[in-house]
Design a binder for this molecule. Structure first.
Ligand code: ADP
Length: 402
């Protein structure tokens, strides 16, 4: 309270007003004092000037203090008000405080000390109230802001949910399109292959050596295309959950041997040695034969495809009576560590460029991975660039029907 305080004394008694002025001066409080002798003048002053405090006589010629306080309140004038009462007017003072007055002081007790103390208290309380009000307003504002942000978040959440649904639908349509297209393309492709084979029979007219080579190329390329189409078809079936496993009991050692022999010619063409190490005490497993064959073909054909010289090994063994392992190892180009995880994703190839050396859809490992998962198995890869790769699949001896 070091600043100069603007004080209004409302009292019709000039002597009483003077008493207040003197007491404040004596108390050493720096004040700028204004005076009003009735309610009308007081209101006029309060409408134009901001005051820090009002000393208000209860009995005014044109109105009582209670009425004045109420009117000021309704006008939105909020100034700490100290009521000066006559002796025995305590009850009235209490009423005035209920109406909004800050404190009261009996005129008989007016002295520099009491006045200063009452004034200080009234102003301190008023400032504290205003600070609390301001804090409250800020709290309310930040509350409203939070509510608004919450609504925005909820809106965004709903939008994301909608986009998610649209994405899911687009994804489903894409898979359906892939499945339909690859299915539809297989029919004309089979016709091309069939007619080419008829041509190769060279009956009734023989073909020139050049024609024979061309027809053979048509057949080879059609076979490659058929493999690609089948991969896309299998993949879209796996994605849409249409592919189910049909478990049956069979001899794993025989399946591995037959599959390796089917692909041996490919290895021979590249002069790669292809070795098989079967180490099963009990070769019988319960699994989906076709799918397991698929896994073997994918791993083995990759090993052959990505190896230019050296060897390929296929090893089968028992991890324990309930689990079997199949490993396919090569001395090929290897895979850099940063690609080891992504190669299992659909359409991912270490060399995805159009100028790449090796053919392929990029679906083989994605299909293998999905099938292994469906069989409740695991697949892992270890590889070193320039040295070779080793893929290891571990499967339960007996899979569940799903
Ligand atoms: P792709 O049709 O290209 O063979 P895959 O899904 O079977 O598709 O394999 C994905 C990629 O993983 C391949 O393009 C290749 O970059 C890498 N890869 C898979 N197997 C081997 C391997 N034995 N040696 C080196 N790279 C491999």
């Amino acid at each position: 309270m070091e600043d100069i305080l603007k004080i209004l004394v409302v009292d019709d008694d000039r002597v009483d007003r003077l008493a207040v002025r003197r007491s404040l001066q004596k108390a050493g409080i720096r004040v700028e004092l204004s005076e009003a002798s009735d309610a009308r003048n007081a209101i006029a002053l309060l409408q134009n000037t901001h005051f820090d405090c009002i000393f208000l006589d209860y009995l005014l010629p044109d109105r009582d203090g209670l009425g004045l306080i109420q009117e000021l309140y309704s006008m939105g004038v909020k100034v700490p008000t100290i009521v000066l009462t006559g002796q025995g007017d305590e009850q009235i003072a209490v009423e005035m405080m209920k109406a909004g007055a800050s404190d009261y002081l009996s005129k008989t007790r007016v002295s520099p000390e009491t006045l200063a103390q009452t004034l200080r208290n009234a102003i301190r309380i008023d400032r504290a109230q205003k600070a609390a009000e301001l804090a409250n307003q800020r709290l309310k504002a930040s509350n409203e802001l939070l509510q608004h942000q919450n609504q925005e978040l909820e809106k965004q959440r709903q939008q994301i949910q909608l986009q998610n649904l649209q994405l899911q639908e687009a994804y489903r349509l894409k898979s359906q399109f892939l499945a339909t297209m690859s299915h539809e393309l297989r029919t004309p492709l089979n016709a091309i292959m069939g007619f080419s084979q008829i041509l190769l029979r060279q009956y009734p007219d023989p073909l020139t050596p050049q024609q024979t080579e061309i027809v053979q190329r048509i057949i080879n390329n059609s076979q490659n295309l058929l493999i690609l189409l089948n991969e896309v078809l299998d993949f879209s079936k796996l994605e849409s959950g249409q592919l189910t496993l049909e478990p049956e009991e069979f001899n794993l050692a025989i399946l591995v041997q037959i599959t390796v022999e089917e692909l041996r010619s490919l290895a021979l063409q590249k002069q790669l040695s292809l070795q098989v190490d079967l180490n099963l005490k009990n070769p019988l497993v319960v699994n989906d034969q076709n799918s397991l064959r698929r896994i073997l073909i994918n791993l083995l054909s990759n090993a052959i495809k990505f190896t230019d010289s050296g060897s390929i090994w296929v090893k089968v063994w028992e991890l324990n009576p309930d689990r079997v392992a199949i490993a396919v190892r090569d001395t090929g180009i290897g895979i850099a560590s940063e690609h080891l995880e992504t190669i299992f994703e659909a359409f991912r190839q270490v060399d995805g460029s159009l100028a790449r050396q090796h053919e392929g859809s990029g679906l083989g490992l994605a299909i293998t991975n999905s099938l292994v998962k469906m069989m409740q198995g695991t697949i892992a890869v270890e590889s070193q660039v320039g040295k070779g790769s080793a893929f290891q699949v571990e499967l339960p001896r007996q899979i569940d029907r799903n």
